[in-house]
Design a protein around this ligand. Structure first.
Ligand SMILES: Cc1cc2nc3c(=O)[nH]c(=O)nc-3n(C[C@H](O)[C@H](O)[C@H](O)COP(=O)(O)O)c2cc1C
Length: 162
């Protein structure tokens, strides 16, 4: 699959096949995709906690309002930013996260970004120190739905070519 096809096929998936476990190869490919992401001065001011156990996924889903579906995902990538390392940590973290999302498409997996959750609760569940920031989570799993592409703003509205 080429990059264009992956970009076209990507959707936010909010229903997953329960019990589907990622293979080591799938997990490695997703991690490698994030590892290769660009970041300001190559600082990579973030790390990922990858929840694959049912117990932790359940607790994370309870901290994510309206996202009980992530319980059925195979993995939840919690992106933890390090503000002390770089003021650009959120941008850098988002780029690395989207690398995971696009790699997931090529692997036949679905994903969904999540920011609607209690940061305090996630931090306490995962024992994340106060100086670090939970930027977002990304659920990844075998899609149990294939949603249509949602409407996007027209290109003319998004770009001014001068
Ligand atoms: C940073 C970010 C945070 C998001 N947070 C959530 C979320 O908390 N819950 C959710 O269901 N979807 C979340 N989404 C998914 C968006 O709702 C989705 O990308 C948007 O509706 C467009 O749909 P598409 O991804 O299928 O193109 C988030 C997406 C991004 C990029």
């Amino acid at each position: 699959m080429d990059v264009k096809a992956a970009i076209e096929a990507r959707r936010s998936v909010r229903s997953y096949v329960a019990g589907y476990k990622l293979s080591d190869e799938e997990l490695k490919a997703l991690m490698r995709a994030a590892q290769l992401a660009p970041s300001v001065k190559n600082i990579q001011p973030y790390y990922f906690i990858v929840a694959v156990s049912d117990r932790v996924k359940k607790r994370l889903s309870e901290a994510a309002w309206e996202a009980s579906f992530i319980r059925d995902a195979s993995a939840i990538f919690v992106i933890v930013g390090r503000p002390r390392d770089s003021p650009w940590y959120k941008i850098d973290a988002a780029i690395a996260g989207e690398h995971i999302v696009l790699q997931a498409v090529e692997l036949g997996l679905g994903s969904c970004w999540l920011t609607a959750f209690s940061r305090d609760l996630i931090k306490s569940i995962l024992d994340i120190p106060p100086e670090e920031d939970v930027v977002a989570m990304i659920a990844v799993g075998k899609p149990a739905e294939h949603p249509p592409q949602v409407p996007k703003k027209p290109v003319e509205e998004l770009f001014k070519v001068i």
